[in-house]
Design a protein around this ligand. Structure first.
Ligand code: NZQ
Ligand code: ZN
Length: 388
């Protein structure tokens, strides 16, 4: 491992079937005013809302509701949340939901007391936080993004057709996160599968980079093998606790910053996926699955040795007598077969992308340089066309 780094992850996690009971240990650490942030209502249907409200009331908290956070939260909603947080002198933002709710809560936490337009400051100019940050806690109900234990906060500006993530520092990570695998059982199949692929993509974005011998790559191969095994079980048996709990834990490790230490990372699939999201508002994980195979086939010649290693160590491809190209290609074929098996979206047309949108999507894609190939606009265009 050749990189230099310092590492700290300050989020306290409570995992398991009784995880919510630990909210009682956390609440006394914060003031009276709690902003209860959630999405479009799933938590009211599955009973999580009532359970959380009960604990908040038990602790005599003043509750300010901030529901209606949409998947792919918008900048308009962010402004609204900032108003609620500021006007009510909120001491804690409790985000109950998936990545969208957790990301949005973090965005509000850094924006409520920001004197400039937070979209311009954090998402256009990518500046650091210079003002008070409201603490965030998360009760996770959807698995995939890793937002429960990282500083990421992705916000969409539909008018500008931009979907941008700011990765904030440790001071913005959730102070605590509550992970009960059973809370994810009520997820619709489409969302569940999208989350499964999001996890895979997070790992691959960090795996396909670098040429050094790196501990993180070995960790990621293990995470991928666990993920492939457990997701196969979960699509057949969504209420298999062992599978859903392994997936939940893998999702957290996939993007809680650990495996990124000491190596460069790619993130081009996410940049393309986010641009697709800005144009279609499609489900995040499906924007990634639709472009992944064409993208990886496109860059494979630039990182052939790693792709062959991936085929052997993750997909069990037998190397005997084959060229590196053949081994790598068999690995990608195994991945594609797996994706079809778990039922994720395999092309952009299914998400509503048309040929005419492609120049706009190319322009909205932020190029990254940490992977095996620096993608020029024409490369991105080629991948998008192959993904249609
Ligand atoms: O809004 P409600 O009614 O709660 O319904 C949600 C939403 O419609 C539903 N859902 C969540 N938990 C449920 C449930 N339905 C029934 N039962 C439950 N237990 O699922 C739908 C999708 O939720 P959402 O939070 O949007 O999904 P996800 O967790 O995939 O989050 C996506 C957002 O996270 C960003 C994405 O770009 C996107 O905006 N990301 C954040 C990252 C980070 N912080 O590091 C990294 C990721 O790569 C990603 O970019
Ligand atoms: Zn993702």
């Amino acid at each position: 491992m050749l990189g230099k780094f310092s590492y700290c992850n300050p989020t306290k996690l409570y995992f398991g079937e009784d995880a919510l009971s630990h909210l009682r240990e956390e609440l006394p650490k914060y003031g009276k005013n709690v902003m209860l942030t959630y999405g479009g209502g799933s938590i009211k249907k599955n009973g999580i809302y009532d359970q959380v409200l009960f604990v908040l009331r038990e602790h005599g908290k003043e509750i300010f509701e901030d529901g209606g956070v949409m998947p792919n939260p918008t900048v308009e909603k962010l402004y609204e949340g900032c108003r609620i947080a500021r006007e009510n002198h909120v001491d804690l933002i409790l985000a109950v939901g998936g990545g969208s709710v957790a990301d949005y809560a973090k965005a509000v936490s850094v924006s409520a007391y920001c004197e400039e337009d937070p979209w311009e400051k954090y998402y256009v100019r990518m500046e650091d936080v210079g003002n008070e940050i409201i603490p965030v806690g998360v009760v996770l109900t959807m698995v995939g993004t890793g937002s429960e234990m990282n500083g990421g906060a992705v916000i969409t500006n539909p008018e500008a057709k931009m979907k941008i993530g700011h990765v904030f520092g440790e001071n913005v990570f959730p102070k605590f996160a509550i992970l009960n695998p059973r809370f994810t059982y009520s997820l619709p199949g489409y969302q569940m599968r999208a989350g499964f692929f999001d996890i895979m993509s997070h790992i691959l974005e960090q795996y396909f980079s670098g040429e050094d011998d790196n501990t993180s790559d070995y960790i990621m191969e293990g995470l991928l093998r666990s993920l492939i095994h457990s997701t196969r079980v979960a699509v057949e048996e969504p209420e298999n606790y062992e599978a859903r709990s392994n997936i939940m834990w893998t999702a957290t490790w996939a993007l809680n910053t650990l495996v990124a230490q000491g190596k460069s990372t790619d993130w081009m699939v996410h940049m393309i996926g986010q641009a697709v999201g800005a144009y279609t508002n499609a489900t995040h994980g499906m924007t990634l699955s639709a472009v992944s195979i064409p993208y990886y086939r496109y860059i494979m010649p630039d990182g052939l040795a790693k792709f062959a290693r991936y085929a052997i160590n993750v997909w069990g491809v037998r190397p005997d007598g084959k060229t590196q190209e053949q081994i790598a290609e068999e690995g990608l074929q195994a991945m594609e077969g797996y994706m079809r098996e778990i039922g994720v979206v395999m092309n952009l047309a299914e998400l509503g992308v048309t040929e005419e949108m492609i120049p706009g999507i190319v322009a909205a894609t932020l190029p990254m340089t940490g992977g095996y190939r620096a993608m020029a606009p024409e490369d991105i265009e080629a991948v998008l066309k192959k993904s249609l």
